[in-house]
Write a protein that binds this ligand. Structure first.
Ligand SMILES: [Zn+2]
Ligand SMILES: [Zn+2]
Length: 400
């Protein structure tokens, strides 16, 4: 029996687990019920389970044979603060919390693999299954690493997968090199001198300065970044003033800054800081810049991505493998793990088609619906595909 067929015949209890997790979603660092459920099952299959990394994170380890290689497979467990509009039976019972990114599916997929590997797969080496909290917010990967993840559980390579609506179900998409963008949050506070709207010469207007800064920032992407590189600077919030005849004393701008290259990321920070400071000074207001570096660029290493492609092709055939997909401007905190260890993060299609995300109860509509939409749902048909991929990757990576 092929690995894929074996996982398909064993899928039912893990689809049930997925539905249970979907019904009981938990926000980042609060995945207490989820991790308790996983720990019990993993222990019963023979894994050594370490709990408490990043509060609710856990690592399940299974060592076999004399092999010295160590493999890490990671799944995320957290849900989002979204009110689910789906009407199916496994919809969320926690008001305002929803598995709208499919992390319930990623977790169930790795659990199905964990059971199969423990019971059926021969390998030689150490397998570390990393169940990570708080991918969405505030970044559980970083916390686990700060608490000693890779010192306590060293890995020679790590892998993770994310479902992707709009891509045919079960299609595997690999991306060598930069695959997901860095994401930085910048808050700019402009302080001027408030005054009467009729007498602007007696004030220092932060609104005019804010407007000038918004326009000037657009020149960074068009004039400073190499046209062949990707960069995004979005001013998503500009707050100032309350009345038409009052010049306020301050204004606040909030920016989302993204790039697909570590050097471009540095360039953006340097130019934003320079331009904002100079522009504010030229207009007589003071700029305070709070530049918060959030998730880094996610970079997949070449050798590990090639191994993943080979495993995907062996499992599904070349036609269901996209060897080099396009990078995305979304972000993912597995990027932090990849800064410490070689590895690869890939996409698994959740289902093609069009969706308005209105929670019609039609599962094909929910599968094509974009993640973070209140009408989204993980596609259970891809659960055995992802689980079989993890099992075969373990076999291929941890061979003598
Ligand atoms: Zn998400
Ligand atoms: Zn996600």
């Amino acid at each position: 029996m092929s690995v894929l067929h074996a996982l398909q015949t064993r899928a039912a209890p893990f689809v049930a687990l997925r539905h249970d997790l979907h019904r009981h979603p938990e926000l980042g660092l609060k995945e207490f019920r989820t991790s308790e459920l996983l720990a019990q099952q993993l222990q019963s299959w023979g894994y050594t389970v370490t709990r408490g990394l990043a509060t609710t994170g856990l690592v399940a380890q299974l060592q076999r044979g004399k092999g010295v290689k160590r493999l890490g497979l990671r799944a995320d467990m957290d849900a989002l603060p979204i009110h689910e509009v789906n009407v199916f039976e496994h919809r969320s019972v926690h008001e305002g919390v929803m598995h709208a990114c499919g992390h319930d599916g990623h977790t169930a997929m790795l659990m199905a693999a964990a059971q199969y590997i423990a019971q059926e797969v021969e390998y030689s080496g150490t397998l570390n299954l990393i169940f990570q909290p708080a991918e969405e917010h505030p970044g559980g990967a970083k916390i686990m690493i700060e608490e000693g993840l890779f010192e306590r559980f060293p890995c020679d390579a790590i892998f993770a997968a994310h479902n992707m609506p709009g891509v045919p179900a079960g299609q595997l998409v690999f991306i060598e090199g930069p695959a997901m963008a860095s994401s930085d949050d910048v808050t700019i506070t402009l302080t001027g001198v408030g005054g009467h709207g009729a007498m602007p010469h007696r004030a220092q207007d932060p609104i005019v300065a804010a407007a000038a800064i918004v326009m000037t920032l657009q020149t960074i992407v068009s004039r400073n970044v190499d046209p062949q590189h990707t960069a995004v600077i979005t001013v998503g919030s500009l707050v100032a003033g309350q009345a038409n005849n009052v010049i306020p004393a301050s204004a606040r701008l909030e920016l989302s800054v993204r790039s697909l290259d570590r050097e471009v990321r540095d360039l953006l920070q340097e130019r934003i800081t320079q331009l904002v400071t100079a522009q504010a000074q030229s207009l007589g207001v003071l700029a305070q810049i709070d530049y918060k570096r959030d998730y880094p660029v996610l970079v997949n290493t070449a050798a590990e991505t090639e191994l993943a492609r080979q495993v995907g092709t062996e499992l599904l055939g070349a036609e269901r493998v996209t060897r080099q997909g396009r990078a995305l401007t979304g972000s993912e905190d597995f990027a932090v793990m990849l800064e410490h260890c070689p590895g690869s993060y890939f996409m698994i299609g959740n289902g093609a088609g069009e969706s308005t995300g209105e929670g019609t109860g039609d599962s094909a509509v929910a599968h094509a619906c974009m993640v973070h939409n209140p009408g989204y749902d993980f596609n259970d048909d891809i659960l055995p595909v992802g689980a079989a991929f993890w099992a075969l990757l373990t076999q291929r990576f941890l061979k003598d």
